[in-house]
Design a protein around this ligand. Sequence first.
Ligand SMILES: *[C@@H]1O[C@H](CO)[C@@H](O)[C@H](O)[C@H]1NC(C)=O
Ligand SMILES: *[C@@H]1O[C@H](CO)[C@@H](O)[C@H](O)[C@H]1NC(C)=O
Length: 350
Amino acid sequence: MRSKNNSCLIALTMGTIFLFMVVFYGATNLHPSSGVKLKTDFQISGKQLYKLDISWPKYSEHFTGQVFGVAVNHLAGLVYVAQRGDNVPKVLVFSTDGDFLQAWNTTTLEMPHGIFLANASSNPSIWITDVGNGPYGHTIKQYSPSGKLMQTLGSAGKAGSAVNPLQFDQPAEIFVHSSGEIYIVDGDGGMNNRLIKLSKDLQILWMHGEKGQGLAQFYIPHSVAVDNYQRVWVADRGNKRIQVFNSVTGDWLGSWGSCFTEDAPYSVRLTHDQKYMVVAQLNTNQVSLLEAPPVGIIGQCQVVSTIQLAEDVKPHLVDIDLKTGALYVAEIGAMQAQKFTPLTLGSNVM
Ligand SMILES: *[C@@H]1O[C@H](CO)[C@@H](O)[C@H](O)[C@H]1NC(C)=O
Ligand SMILES: *[C@@H]1O[C@H](CO)[C@@H](O)[C@H](O)[C@H]1NC(C)=O
């Protein structure tokens, strides 16, 4: 429709420009110490539980690829950031204070997806799922804290569905319980749609392996976490829901879908106090905090707080510092990881 009134059109245009400036002001901030642009704009709706720690990391120029995953060693105060790209180190190590410490010089990682810090208390190691198609892909690898490959699950470079020996196709994430038992979601869009529980000595204890929309079936199981009440939480990405299982028996306990009509859950992690489930939603650029239900009840999901990140940030997977409660978000689009610290009062300050 053409406007008959030019001044009205000009006013409208200027109004739009003004609005645009208001909305996008601060969408990219110059990082104080490095001059590298970080996307640090965000808004919180609902209860204000976290605030962004703009000083982490101190030097952001170390981010050189697409950041897919993040893992925290809360006892050593270390943050492992997994990134992808040609000729970039696949893992960067920062302190929880924001100092850059090390880039792994390893050729054994192709396309890291999920990353998990296991056994922080006595003998820490870092598990990484690799969805690459090359000679190291379709495997889950265990590394020493300095990046030495210690163990590989699955035959590298061979996508498959076998259970004996275990074979993966784009394994999405691994969660290693303090008991040493291992939970794996396989995978990230390949031929498998499996949730696998392994014993400490890598024997299959139970598995759900059917593709579909029914109970205990999956379509792109993307992230897995176990809470303190023997419940396994799985981000069933392609089905836009979270499914919950008994960690001992593997029995299906429930499903949450109503919070994810707009965008699928990409991550599942519980806050250190087990009060909230942290769910990244990549397409809507949100990190949502959902009420974790009491023992014996799954019920319906309830969003308590939402961190709305800037456009195209694409939050993918998250991790929690189990000591301080800090939340780290791996962001594919913004090519960075961000740290959010909990507000100690946790009350509604909006
Ligand atoms: C990385 O490893 C390669 C091969 O071992 C070596 O040539 C190179 O110097 C190493 N680079 C760094 C920064 O350690
Ligand atoms: C952690 O490491 C210690 C020391 O190597 C080992 O004895 C223990 O079994 C490990 N725990 C788990 C859960 O892997």
